[in-house]
Design a protein around this ligand. Structure first.
Ligand SMILES: Nc1ncnc2c1ncn2[C@@H]1O[C@H](COP(=O)(O)OP(=O)(O)O)[C@@H](O)[C@H]1O
Ligand SMILES: [Mg+2]
Length: 231
């Protein structure tokens, strides 16, 4: 279990996170919602160690990982699909996937079958350059690369942003499958409310760097979330 406890984060003098707490459990999808600029990406960056927190703690299976470097968190199974995908445009699809080997031991360095069964297009385009793929295909590649790392925690930052509906469906199916494995804690940052409501087990709505509203699947009211997002 990944636990974010009362963290704060500053960019210079500007505070981007104010006492944010969140938990992510294996086999569950934890959704973080909120408009542009409320701190969703900052929260994920803090979780993977791309930006230092100024207060609070992040623990993973009971161990405080707050001061670990990003590569150390990756070795422990934290895998990040960044907003805007950040694939390598000049590398082939296969080379992009293999960048996910970095945190793995030598005997684990292969591409799991799940990557190609979830996203068959990647198999058929293995030799193509990442930059030649459509936006939706690049998003599938970014998720595939994250899966190569055998994640225990998978963090997805707005995976549906700017993606065509048919590929959004594929991505939704992939997330539902990964959740059904029961071994991966998934944190899904989204602005697309219907997509999040379909997949989510727990929901946190952020506003101005803080969590303003939470609920879970049992008391989910999309209208209420939508109002919280419009605050
Ligand atoms: N590297 C940065 N330096 C300074 N300010 C930043 C930086 N990244 C984000 N911000 C600011 O922090 C706030 C939260 O941004 P962000 O976490 O990207 O929000 P979201 O992902 O919800 O759109 C915004 O006001 C944004 O302008
Ligand atoms: Mg963002």
């Amino acid at each position: 279990m990944l636990k974010v406890d009362n963290i704060s984060l500053y960019y210079g003098a500007a505070q981007a996170l104010r006492g944010v707490s969140l938990t992510a459990e294996p086999g569950k999808v934890t959704c973080v919602l909120g408009r542009n600029g409320v701190g969703k990406t900052s929260l994920l960056r803090a979780m993977v160690g791309q930006y230092p927190i100024a207060g609070g703690a992040i623990t993973f299976d009971g161990v405080d990982i707050s001061s670990l470097k990003p590569y150390e968190r990756a070795r422990r199974g934290m895998s990040f699909v960044p907003q805007g995908r950040e694939i390598f445009p000049l590398l082939t699809v296969e080379q992009n996937l293999k960048t996910g080997y970095a945190p793995l031991k030598r005997d684990q360095r292969n591409i799991p079958d799940d990557v190609f069964s979830l996203f068959p297009v990647l198999q058929s385009m293995l030799g193509r350059r990442g930059g030649d793929l459509s936006g939706g295909q690049q998003q599938q590649l970014a998720i595939g690369r994250a899966l190569v790392m055998r994640p225990k925690v998978l963090l997805l930052d707005e995976p549906t942003e700017g993606i065509q509906p048919s590929i959004i469906k594929d991505i939704g199916r992939a997330i539902a499958y990964l959740r059904s494995l029961g071994t991966i804690a998934i944190v899904l940052v989204e602005q697309y409310l219907d997509f999040a409501c379909e997949l989510g087990d727990n929901f946190a709505v952020m506003d101005r760097g803080a969590v303003k509203f939470t609920c879970d699947r049992s008391n989910l009211d999309p209208g209420e979330i939508s109002r919280a997002m419009a605050l």
